[in-house]
Design a protein around this ligand. Structure first.
Ligand SMILES: NC(=O)c1ccc[n+]([C@@H]2O[C@H](COP(=O)([O-])OP(=O)(O)OC[C@H]3O[C@@H](n4cnc5c(N)ncnc54)[C@H](OP(=O)(O)O)[C@@H]3O)[C@@H](O)[C@H]2O)c1
Length: 413
C-alpha cells in the first residue's frame, strides 16, 4: 500500500486518552498484523512504561520519540507513517507544528480537539497547502463531535430514504451521558476561556455557528441555542444547555457546507440535555444551567480558576477510573423535521464513558478508516474535513461493528 513503516502513529500515547486508545488498538489489532502502528511522544521512558503495561504481545510495538515543539522530530515522525493521531492537547497551545508537518508531508491526521478557535486558524492557514499535498486533516474525532456529526448524517440518510428529502431542522438531545472529565479536557476548556477573555473578536467568533464553515457559506437562518432551562415540545420534557454543543453544532454545519448543503441551505441544528418532565425536570434544568454558568464564571476569574484547577478539577494525566469508564455510557436522541412536516426520530448510543472509553475507540477507528477505507485510487482531495464529510458510512460501519456504538431509527413517518 505504501513504502512507509507505519500505517498509524499515536502521538501523545502517554496522555490519559492516548493510553486508552493504545490499549484499544493493541486489543483490537495487535502488532504487525493488518495494522502496522507505533506509539509516539516526547518521553521515551514514559513510552517504554506504557508499552510494558500493554502486555507481552506489545514487545514488538515500535516507539517513536518526537516533541510537539521540535519541528525536525515531527517531520521525521511524519516521514515514517501514513496517518498520525494526536492526543497532545490543549491543541491551541501545542498542536500547530504537527498539523503543519502533516500538511507539508501529505500525511493524514486526526485528533480530539474541540477548540473551535484553533480549528478555524488551522483551516485558514493550512487548507490551501493541504489541498496541494493531499493531506487529509480531520479534527474532532472523539465524543465531540463524532456522535453528533455521524448522528445527523445517519438521520439525514434515513430521512432521504423515507421522505425523499433531508430534514431542514434537527435537534439532538442528550438523554443520558455517564462519565467524567480528564485533566487534558479541563486544561483545554480553561485555555479557551482565557483566550476568549483576552480577545473580544474571539468571543464574537465563538458565538458564530458558522465560524468554521468556508467564508462563502453564510446561511441567513438564525440558529436556536439552548442557553437556559427550556421546555421542549418535541420531547415533552425540560432541557438544559449542553456544554459540547458549542463545538458539535459547528462541526455539523461544516459538514453541511462541505457536502454542498446536503442538509439544506437553511438548515437548523441545536443540542441540549434532557432533564425530565414536570417540576423535577424543570428544577434539574435550572440547576444544570446555573451550575454551568457558575463553572464558566469561575474559570473566567483568576483566583477562582486557580482554586478550581488546584483543588477540584483533574490534573493533566488524570481522569475517570477504569471502572468508571467501563460503567459509563451515553444515549443521544435526534429528532428531524422535513420542510413538509414529516418527522423522524433516531438515536445513537455508546457503551463506555463518552469522553474516554468511547472516545479512545472512536478515535482509533477514525484513524483506521483514514488508513484503510478510502482507497488511494479514490482518495478524496486533501484538505480539512469533518468526520461525516470524509469518513461517513465507512466510519459508521466501523463504529457499530467494533467500537460499541449503535445508530437506530426509533420512529419515521
Ligand atoms: N473530543 C473529545 O471528546 C475529547 C475527549 C478527551 C480528551 N480530549 C482532548 O484530548 C487532549 C488530551 O487529553 P488528556 O486528558 O488525555 O491529556 P493529558 O493526559 O493531559 O495528556 C497530554 C499529553 O500531551 C503530551 N505533551 C505535552 N507537551 C508535549 C510536547 N511538547 N511534546 C509531546 N507531547 C507533549 C503529554 O506528554 P507526557 O505524557 O510526556 O507528559 C501528554 O501525553 C486534550 O486536548 C483534551 O481536551 C478530547
Amino acid at each position: 500500500m505504501s513504502e512507509k513503516a507505519f500505517d498509524i502513529v499515536v502521538f501523545g500515547a502517554t496522555s490519559f486518552v492516548g493510553q486508552i486508545l493504545s490499549r484499544y488498538l493493541m486489543q483490537q489489532y495487535g502488532v504487525d498484523g493488518e495494522l502496522k502502528w507505533a506509539i509516539a511522544g516526547r518521553s521515551e521512558p514514559k513510552l517504554v512504561t506504557l508499552k510494558s503495561s500493554l502486555g507481552d504481545a506489545a514487545k514488538e510495538l515500535p516507539v517513536v520519540v518526537a516533541d510537539a515543539s521540535d519541528e525536525a522530530s515531527l517531520a521525521n515522525m511524519c516521514a515514517r507513517t501514513r496517518v498520525v493521531i494526536s492526543t497532545v492537547g490543549p491543541y491551541a497551545l501545542y498542536g500547530e507544528p504537527l498539523v503543519r508537518a502533516c500538511v507539508e508531508a501529505g500525511v493524514d491526521y486526526c485528533d480530539l480537539t474541540g477548540e473551535v478557535q484553533w480549528i478555524r486558524r488551522m483551516v485558514q492557514q493550512y487548507e490551501a497547502r493541504a489541498k496541494e499535498t493531499g493531506a487529509r486533516i480531520v479534527h474532532c474525532c472523539g465524543f465531540d463531535s463524532i456522535p453528533s456529526d455521524l448522528g445527523v448524517y445517519f438521520l439525514q440518510q434515513q430521512a432521504q430514504q423515507r421522505f425523499g428529502t433531508p430534514c431542514n431542522t434537527v435537534k439532538m438531545r442528550v438523554k443520558v451521558a455517564k462519565g467524567g472529565m480528564s485533566g487534558g479536557t479541563v486544561a483545554s476548556l480553561v485555555n479557551v476561556t482565557k483566550e476568549a477573555l483576552a480577545d473580544p473578536a474571539l468571543r464574537k467568533e465563538l458565538a458564530n455557528p458558522y465560524s468554521i464553515c468556508p467564508p462563502e457559506f453564510r446561511p441567513k437562518l438564525r440558529q436556536h441555542n439552548v442557553k437556559a432551562a427550556e421546555y421542549d415540545e418535541d420531547y415533552g420534557a425540560w432541557t438544559a444547555p449542553f456544554i459540547m454543543s458549542a463545538i458539535n453544532t459547528r462541526v455539523v454545519h461544516r459538514t453541511n457546507a462541505l457536502t454542498g448543503a446536503a442538509y439544506g441551505s437553511e438548515f437548523g441544528y441545536d443540542e441540549a440535555m434532557l432533564t425530565g418532565r414536570g417540576l423535577k425536570g424543570r428544577a434539574t434544568a435550572l440547576g444544570i444551567a446555573a451550575g454551568l454558568g457558575g463553572f464558566m464564571a469561575a474559570t473566567a476569574i483568576r483566583p477562582a480558576r486557580w482554586a478550581l484547577e488546584k483543588f477540584v478539577l483533574p490534573k493533566p494525566g488524570e481522569g475517570p477510573s477504569p471502572k468508571a469508564q467501563e460503567e459509563g455510557f451515553y444515549d443521544l436522541r435526534f429528532v428531524g423535521i422535513s420542510e413538509k412536516g414529516k418527522l423522524i426520530r433516531t438515536k445513537v448510543t455508546g457503551d463506555r464513558d463518552p469522553g474516554y472509553g468511547s472516545t479512545g475507540k472512536m478515535l482509533g477507528e477514525a484513524a483506521m478508516c483514514l488508513a484503510f477505507d478510502i482507497d488511494a485510487s479514490e482518495r478524496q482531495a486533501g484538505g480539512f474535513w469533518t468526520p461525516a464529510s470524509l469518513l461517513g458510512q465507512p466510519l459508521l460501519d466501523r463504529l457499530t461493528a467494533k467500537a460499541g456504538l449503535t445508530f437506530e431509527v426509533i420512529d419515521g413517518k
